[in-house]
Write a protein that binds this ligand. Structure first.
Ligand SMILES: O=C(CO)COP(=O)(O)O
Length: 261
């Protein structure tokens, strides 16, 4: 069994960058990760999710830097007549460790519902990929209501499955917004999701991270309720990623000191 790192930082490039921009960005991220103590000590795991055509070159750019690579989507099936789809088996073969499933944009713009998301989560696990499973309420609501809805959603999507998952709590109303959800909101929902995961041995190694307009300055406020961040726009500047790794190191140092008293 693989133990979860203290902090997980994921970055989805969505469809923002061109191919060469993606490669240049990846070179800068690899350089930062390769020398940053948060990554070199194994405290933080950093993964990047570029567009499909960039996966192979990005995997080779980040090799040896500690950065892992994954896809933003995968097919529910492993092989066959599925025009335009990319299978989990293929992703694994080219060096992916992660596959994102259930992002709000795929649900809203491409009609993916719970059945498809659950099938894609199963496909990722079946092929040895860690699913980055996005969950989160559609509309702004109280933090307790959001926690109840999101835990129920996770339970539905993971029914019958086994394996380590990264649960990305992304309140849909906080994606693409000027700022993230409130600290109290994020902490309440992430703690509820973490409790749910922790009580289930079949998901050992699982983690809960927060996404939705996340950027520098947030991680330290989340304490240990969230196991990290899932970044979008605010990771386009590699310097922001370095700042967040600094924050991960500071947070872990504080948590370790707290545990020893
Ligand atoms: O959806 C997200 C990550 O997948 C978050 O994106 P933004 O941080 O750009 O809102």
């Amino acid at each position: 069994m693989r133990t979860a790192p203290a902090v997980t930082i994921g970055i989805s490039l969505k469809m923002y960058l061109g191919h060469h921009q993606t490669l240049n960005w990846s070179r800068r991220i690899a350089a930062i990760a390769g020398r940053h103590p948060a990554v070199t000590t194994g405290l933080a795991e950093l993964f990047v999710l570029p567009s499909f055509p960039a996966l192979v070159p990005v995997a080779s750019i980040v090799a040896g830097s500690g950065v892992r690579v994954g896809a933003q989507d995968l097919a529910a099936e492993d092989a066959g007549p599925y025009t335009g789809e990319v299978s989990g088996a293929h992703l694994k073969e080219i060096g992916c460790d992660y596959a994102e499933v259930g992002h709000a944009e795929r649900r809203r713009l491409f009609g993916e519902g719970d059945t498809v998301v659950a099938a894609k989560t199963a496909a990722a696990l079946r092929n040895g990929l860690t699913p980055v499973l996005c969950v989160g309420e559609l509309n702004q609501t109280s933090r307790d209501d959001a926690a109840a809805r999101t835990v129920a959603e996770l339970e539905r999507l993971l029914y019958g499955l086994t394996g380590p998952v990264v649960v990305a709590y992304e309140p849909q109303w906080a994606i693409g917004a000027p700022r993230p959800a409130s600290t109290e909101h994020i902490r309440t929902v992430c703690a509820a999701l973490s409790d749910w995961l922790a009580g289930r041995a079949e998901f050992a190694g699982g983690r809960v991270i927060y996404g939705g307009s996340a950027g520098p300055g947030l991680l330290g406020d989340l304490g240990t309720d969230a196991g990290g961040l899932f970044l979008g726009r605010f990771a386009h500047d590699p310097a922001a990623v370095e700042t967040i790794l600094d924050e991960a190191l500071a947070l872990h140092g504080a948590a370790a000191e707290g545990a020893s008293v």
